[in-house]
Design a protein around this ligand. Structure first.
Ligand SMILES: C[S@@+](CC[C@H](N)C(=O)[O-])C[C@H]1O[C@@H](n2cnc3c(N)ncnc32)[C@H](O)[C@@H]1O
Length: 202
C-alpha cells in the first residue's frame, strides 16, 4: 500500500514538473510567438496535408514554428524530402530534437523564424496565430521563390487566395488547412481586385 502511494506521488510530481516546464517555456517564448502556443497538429491533419501536397525527394520543407517536429518527420517518411524546423519554445524544441535524433534529412533549430530568410524552401508549413498572419504574408511575399507551396493550418494568409482549402475527415480536427502557391495565390487576388475596380468604374 505504502509503495502504491509512493508511485502515485512520483507520477503526480512528474506530471506537475512537465506542466510547469510547459508553462515556463510558453511564457518565456511569448514575446516572440505572440500567442502561437505549442499545440501539435493532429496526425490526421498532417496526413491530410501530405495527401494533398505531394512532394519529391529533392524538395525542401520548412516548418516555421515546428513544435515537436512531427510535420518534418512525417514528410520525410512519406516523400524523402529534406526538412527544417524552427522553434523558439524550449520544451517543444527539445522534444523535436530528441524525437528527430538520428533521422537523416531533418534539422531542428532553436531560432526565431522571423530572423531567417526562407528563400531555400519550396514548401513552407505553418500553424501560427491570427495576430502574426499579416506580417507573415509580407515576409513570404518578400522572400519566397516562384512555385513555393505554402500551407497554413487553421488561419488564412490575409490577401492571399488559396488553391485549395482542406477539411480533414474528423469531427474533432476539422479546422481548415489552406494551401497556397507563391506567387499565383497573391496575384490572383490582386487581379480579382483590379477587375472589380475596373468593372465598378466603367
Ligand atoms: C501551434 S504550434 C504548431 C507546431 C507544429 N508546426 C505542428 O503543426 O505540429 C506553433 C509553434 O510555433 C512556434 N513559434 C511561434 N512563433 C515562432 C517564431 N517566431 N519562431 C520559431 N517558432 C515559433 C511556437 O513556439 C509553437 O510551438
Amino acid at each position: 500500500m505504502v509503495e502504491w502511494i509512493f508511485v502515485v506521488l512520483i507520477v503526480m510530481g512528474v506530471l506537475f514538473a512537465v506542466k510547469l516546464l510547459y508553462v515556463l517555456a510558453t511564457v518565456s517564448a511569448h514575446p516572440i510567438t505572440q500567442g502561437a502556443l505549442f499545440v501539435p497538429t493532429a496526425n490526421i491533419r498532417v496526413t491530410t496535408f501530405l495527401d494533398a501536397v505531394p512532394m519529391r525527394s529533392g524538395d525542401f520543407l520548412v516548418d516555421i514554428g515546428c513544435g515537436d517536429g512531427r510535420v518534418l518527420r512525417a514528410a520525410r517518411r512519406r516523400y524523402g524530402v529534406s526538412a527544417l524546423g524552427f522553434e523558439v519554445n524550449l520544451l517543444a524544441y527539445l522534444i523535436a530534437k530528441v524525437r528527430s535524433l538520428g533521422i537523416e534529412g531533418i534539422q531542428v533549430r532553436w531560432r526565431n523564424f522571423w530572423k531567417v530568410h526562407l528563400r531555400d524552401a519550396n514548401v513552407v508549413f505553418c500553424y501560427l496565430f491570427p495576430d502574426v498572419m499579416e506580417r507573415l504574408a509580407k515576409k513570404l511575399e518578400a522572400e519566397l521563390r516562384t512555385g513555393t507551396r505554402v500551407v497554413s493550418c487553421n488561419f488564412p494568409i490575409p490577401g492571399w487566395k488559396p488553391l485549395e482549402v482542406l477539411f480533414p475527415d474528423s469531427s474533432l480536427h476539422d479546422d481548415p488547412i489552406y494551401v497556397y502557391r507563391f506567387p499565383d495565390s497573391c496575384r490572383s487576388i490582386r487581379t480579382d481586385r483590379k477587375e472589380t475596380a475596373q468593372l465598378s468604374s466603367s
